[in-house]
Structure formats: C-alpha cells, structure tokens
Design a protein around this ligand. Sequence first.
Ligand SMILES: [Mg+2]
Length: 283
Amino acid sequence: MEYDGSRYTKDNQGLNCDCLLFDLDDTLYPFTSGIAADISNNIQDYMVHKLGVDDSVSLELCILLYKQYGTTMAGLRAVGYHFDYDDFHSFVHGRLSYEKIKPDPLLRNILLSLPIRKVVFTNGDRIHASRALKRLGIEDCFEKVVCFETLNPTSPPPAPSDKLEIFDIMKHLAHPEPGLELPKSPILCKPSREAMLQALKVASINPPTTILFDDSFRNIEAAKQIGMRTVLVGTSERKKGADHALESLHNMKEALPELWEEAEKDEDVRNSSKVGIQTSVIA
Ligand SMILES: [Mg+2]
C-alpha cells in the first residue's frame, strides 16, 4: 500500500513501551466494513422485539444510552431493563455477516514484526472478538483478549415476575429534575475508569508503558487520565488527550517508528549479552 505521509500526526515523545493494547471494533478492522451499522440495527431490533421499546424512539434511545453509559447494553441495564447477557450478544453479534471483515495480512505483518506484548480490550463478547479476529487472520497475534465476559462474568438472575420499573432517561435528560441522579449500570465497560483499571489488572498491564489504540475518543481520554499513551484510530486529526492520530493501523510503522527502533535496540542488547556469556564460558 502506498503510504501517504499526510495521513497521520504525532508528537515526538520518546517511547518506553512494553504493551500494545488494541480496541477491536472499528480499530483492528475499519469502520467502512459496515459491521458497526449492522450492530446498531441489531441492538435496536433487540430493544424493540425483546424489550418492548417503542420502535419510534429506539434509535434515539440507543444513541443516548451509548453516549451516557459507554454501550447501549450497559445503559439498558442501568435504566431497568432485564435480560440475559448471552441472549443479547447472540442476537446482536450472532447474526452479523462476518465476511464483511476482510483478512488483513498487512496488519498481521505489522503486528508480528513488533516483539512487544499485544492485548485486545473490547466491550464486545468473547465469541464476537474471536470471530472478528479470525476473519482478520490475526487471532494468534495477541497474548490475551479482555472482553465483556472478563469484566462481567455473570448474567443477572431471571427477570422478576412483577412489572419492571423503567427509568425514563429521555424525559429526564430533556427536563432534568434537580437532585435526581442517573441510575448506575451493573455492567462494567469502557470508558469507565473502573472498567479500565479492572482490565489493566486482569491483564497485568502497567499504564505508563502501554499504548492504547482505540477509535473512540472518550476511551482515549479515559486511558490518558490513567496514564497510558494513546493513539486515536480512524482519523488523522489529533485531539487533546490523544498522543497520536492514525487513519488506519496500516500507518503504524510510519507514525510510531520508535516502537520498531526500541525493539531493535532490545534485540541488540540481547545479542550482546549472549556474546558476553559465550565469551566468559570460553575464557
Ligand atoms: Mg471501537
């Protein structure tokens, strides 16, 4: 692929990096795949057909909950809907056409050329992550996948038999009642600080020596606050909070040559220490 130097921006800070943390959706595969739009449609179908949300407000509610809670799913639980997490995921992700995600040998080569630990951190479920990574042909490039089930291991018990009380968040945000706080979600997901810290703990990740690649600016902001280096993916416009901005992970090597230089330095050190050991044995 022809590299266009104008398609990324960066600053010139030195790197001390021992882990690359990647978001999955719209980061490891591009937004142009159409998968994001299909997921959004499936979520709205779930809201209407499984939870009884009025069709005329499903899109607005879907977006509003996503903005307030990180994922629509987390928002649905917060406002009082009751559903099984596996049922939600099999409805929303189980019907996706994964052939829309194309194998990406270029990305595979880039990942494999970096002898640095790589971890995926997605709000999606395990099966979705596995199917998407397999389609890309990069499932063996990562040491670990931190996914929905990692942070939310158990579904809620079956719905109570009495009628559910649903918090009318659309009405509340249109006319906020003073002193009334938004309900909290029992689901842990990005960009909440708690979810970020939990993911880092589970994967034994040290924030100052980790770079997060994510297409969501709010995830980037949250990671920055925790002390990670950040790369906003899917745009060449660097916003405050993002150390770099890349239209595509394909531009990684041009935008972050320091990663490869560091890896080479490490390799040199390893080789020289091997020579040192051999020499001392011979002597
Ligand atoms: Mg994403």
